[in-house]
Design a protein around this ligand. Sequence first.
Ligand code: ATP
Ligand code: MG
Length: 381
Amino acid sequence: MPGTTIGILGSGQLGRMTAMAAKSLGYRVAIFDEASDGPASSCADLTIAASFEDIEKLEDFAAQVDVVTIEFENIPVSALEYLERRRPVHPSASVVRTCQDRVLEKNFLLTNGFPVAPFRVINSAEDLAVGLSELAAPSILKTAALGYDGKGQMPLVPGDDASKAWSKLASPRAVLEKRIPFVSEVSVICARASSGETICFPVQENVHVSGILDVTTAPAQIDSGVAAEAQRIASAIAERLGLIGLITVELFLLPDGGLVVNELAPRPHNSGHHTLETAMTSQFAQHVRAICGLPLGSVKLRSPGVMVNLLGDLWHGGEPDWKLLLREPGLFLHLYGKRVAKAGRKMGHFTLLGIGEVARSRALQLRHEADIGSRQTNIER
Ligand code: ATP
Ligand code: MG
């Protein structure tokens, strides 16, 4: 109940926005991460900065929190298993184990009858050569662990040099999957309560640039039957995993209306940031409700909207022109407080309320103008 303490493993922007939602509901927040000054820490009551292998510090953390959650899935499962013996952990160690490893995740999806791209598990250059000839189509080689934002991925075609590609990937295990000729990418965020109740946010459409999410449009402008099927798949995955909390299911939409699951993230997701302003309940508030055993909130949209990511690249000419963005009615700017802007680093985002393509092109134009504006002030200086 509000007043108790939520422990979050990880201190990035997802942890920051989860912490803010938790604090709005009157919870205390404790962060555990290797870094002491991540974006979440400034919004938390306390931070323990230590290795996820430091048992003494994990014990200290467990003693100070009432429930534990994560904000990124690359947390050693051993730490989650340790904490599970002390406190409720949502998502559980076993759910995180499945979702942090592409081989386990794909096998889970395949064996439970969920639609996935044809794939092969790759443990060596020989496996890769065989995989490439068996899939016999343009494919993507992905590291089994620690990939994010398209990192640890390599596009390949049959006939490519398997040993060269394998040594370049430099990963002990990987998945080779067929490239899917999708018409669009969508995602569904599903909450599952301890009672087993599931509820999905409306489907949203995502555009990636260089493997990184760039723009999300909510709701997705897709056939309502296809949207309902995407939500059914997400709920079924949450149930099958026995998850408590949120899960985000990324899917490819095929030309014939079919759906293929790309990957799972058992937590709030970049593609759900717009819910802070567009939905009755934000994904972060929903996550807090689910892991704390509170009633799940309404996922109805109050307004359609478009979310645009602000990557470090936007800082190339100096600080972007925030005033220009803040003058726009219906635009909500979020900055994560990261001190150093690097190319590809997620520094913030904004959501612009509005419908479909009109809102999308306005949002992209505003981001562009904020960039140009920054360079002009630099020149004037
Ligand atoms: P994140 O965790 O940030 O979502 P990731 O690094 O785990 O990303 P994926 O989601 O697997 O990576 O891939 C990133 C993007 O690359 C996808 O959103 C999609 O645009 C493209 N992609 C990945 N796999 C395929 C595929 N099999 N066919 C076509 N495009 C793909
Ligand atoms: Mg992805």
